[in-house]
Write a protein that binds this ligand. Structure first.
Ligand code: 0GY
Length: 302
């Protein structure tokens, strides 16, 4: 299969990103990225809504080093369904520098969860984005939540702003730490002080177990310049209000993004615009992801 699966609207990741001006603090974590395939070894799920190009682990490690990061959190995407083999393979070859978020079915058993844990998985992802998945019943998600609680894992949720109101109470009922992908995908053409974003901020305010990835300006921007200016007020607001509960990631290799091919240099240079002091940058890129994904190392340093 060609890397250019353009019939699906897929763009291949940037072949030659520029070196960012912003230098991440020592030990920085890219807390949202993916590994895809290679499809010949780890086939994509039959029920997928898009087909990505391959995003092999070696390319991810090279990008990590080039951008000045130290670790990755690899998140299972819908194109691999609940088949976590590519994720596991990457984690086992990461020399301890990657942890993972898996997708599991409600009938997952203890031995399977234990194997995922030993490979470095620390969370599960629940996806509510209607263009990506058929909605799973809350009962199935509650079953999974109960099963993973014993392992100390957290839940990553991905939803769009329009779907927050109907799911708000369910989200608030989740029993673990909960991480929201891409700020709940706000409509950045609306005011940062508007009702929709206020509801999202309320979710974080009322639930101290909620964390937020201030990621993916490339998915959220409505500006043709792709400078991501319109996303800055939203991400900065979240960082300023919840400095100890924010994470950041490249989202490499930007699956299912049809608008443009992000340059990861631009994405890294977005960071100091939303986390405007060295302390906020250290929390966003080091302290917070380490607490969530490598707590045993944090405990050793304490
Ligand atoms: C992302 C965003 C997207 C895709 C997925 O699991 C996925 O397929 O998350 C998207 O299409 O917005 O975070 O990778």
């Amino acid at each position: 299969m060609s890397e250019f699966t353009m019939d699906f609207g897929w763009r291949v990741y940037h072949p030659n990103p520029r070196k960012p001006e912003f230098v991440p603090p020592a030990g920085a974590v890219d807390a949202h990225c993916h590994v895809f395939g290679p499809g010949a070894v780890f086939p994509y799920a039959a029920q997928r809504k898009y087909t990505p190009c391959d995003g092999p682990k070696e390319k991810l490690w090279a990008l990590r080093d080039y951008l000045g990061f130290s670790r990755n959190v690899i998140v299972q995407a819908t194109c691999h369904g609940a088949d976590n083999r590519a994720l596991i393979d990457a984690l086992l070859h990461s020399e301890g520098k990657a942890r993972g978020v898996a997708t599991v079915a409600a009938d997952v058993n203890e031995a399977e969860l234990q194997a995922l844990h030993e490979a470095g998985v620390r969370g599960v992802r629940f996806n509510f984005v209607k263009r990506l998945v058929d909605k799973l019943p809350y009962e199935s998600l509650e079953t999974i939540s109960t099963k993973i609680t014993a392992l100390g894992w957290h839940i990553v949720i991905y939803f769009e702003a329009a779907d927050l109101a109907e799911n708000f109470d369910f989200f608030a009922s989740l029993p673990t730490e909960v991480v929201v992908d891409h700020m709940g995908r706000p409509d950045v053409t609306q005011s940062v002080d508007g009702e929709a974003f206020a509801l999202f901020l309320r979710l974080l305010e009322e639930n101290e177990n909620f964390w937020c990835k201030v990621s993916c300006p490339d998915r959220l921007t409505a500006e043709a310049s792709y400078r991501y200016d319109d996303v800055v007020p939203f991400a900065k607001r979240v960082v300023d209000m919840f400095p100890d509960r924010v994470l950041w990631g490249t989202d490499w290799p930007h699956p299912n993004l049809k608008s443009h091919t992000p340059d990861e240099g631009d994405l890294v240079d977005f960071i100091p615009r939303i986390a405007t002091t060295t302390e906020l940058q250290r929390k966003l890129l080091v302290d917070n992801p380490m607490r969530l994904y490598w707590p045993e190392e944090v405990a050793l340093q304490a």
